[in-house]
Design a protein around this ligand. Sequence first.
Ligand SMILES: *Cc1c(COP(=O)(O)O)cnc(C)c1O
Length: 369
Amino acid sequence: MNVPFLNLKTQYTNLKTDIDQAIQNVISDTAFIKGKYVDDFEKEFAEAYGVNHCIGVANGTDAIYIVMKMLGIGTGDEVITVANTWISSSETITQTGAKPVFIDIEPDFYCIDTTRIEEKITSKTKAIVAVHLFGQANQIQKLKELCDKHHLYLIEDCAQSHFSEYNNQYVGTFGIASTFSFYPGKNLGAYGDAGAILTNNDELARKMRMYAAHGSLVKHQHEIEGINSRLDGLQAAILSAKLPHIKQWNNQRIQHAALYTELLKDVKELILPATRANTKHTFHLYVIRTGLRNELQAYLKQHHIETQIHYPVPLPFVKAYQYLNHTPADFPISYQYQSEILSLPMYPELRKEEIEYVVSTIKDFFAKQ
Ligand SMILES: *Cc1c(COP(=O)(O)O)cnc(C)c1O
């Protein structure tokens, strides 16, 4: 049996009629940039979240940058984020002119360790970019309290957590704004690059929409200089076709995660993912840990099971951040976990037999040690 890490083909096959029609509609209407399909998706996504504004943008990275830039974050400022995440969460801080300040992760839930934040807050700190990594909700209430106390903006990076919940409330509705990626492999994925920002703040929404469109809300009236970051019509129409299915897809991921956990729970060499109490973890990724990570990954590969590592090097230790001169002692958990974490195949269309095969192969591996 061959188990890919991710299979986007089955989902397309299941939705072929709707997706093909969506694409055809955009072409027939030549609504490639802006227009009806983008407006519709923005409206649908905002409604699904119960939020006032959705601004479609080119990708999830631009989304974070646009939020910070329009909050006035720039040179001389500091923004706090987490050590183990995709580089979008921190490179956008630098893009604004501000300095990224990394914090280690919680040992159990892989999100920012809220107990280590206050020692890093200075008079220059302007915001926290919280990343709901792997589909897991952050300690968002605690983050909100910290932000209120220190007058910081809370920005939620929801690229891996579409419709994850904290106390029955969607993550992405706690901060001043939240950002989404619709990169094809995300829980809600387009067929190319796409992203969005959600906010309830009218003035911020207006600024962000303007900034993403060359600084103009009315053609040729440039109130400021901006950038070109557009959600395109084809991607918007595809996303509208997929949006009605996201909750079911998330539930399938949750069921797969439960099955992995049930079948692997007696493998004492493994640490399985935990879900924070009173939250809905949507399992963008199912991440296990073992001291024999490289050996296990190689064994699974030999048996045609594809896995990945998220992420092989925590951001403070990648070359781009060497200038910050961090040592492993600054981020002990992230540093330790980088050689232990392994992401198993996970996508809604994954079949029970495939999960059972992955599990039995993992058990074979440990039986041979
Ligand atoms: C995917 C991702 C992004 C960036 O999204 P793009 O659409 O690829 O620009 C940002 N943050 C996190 C945590 C991500 O996983």
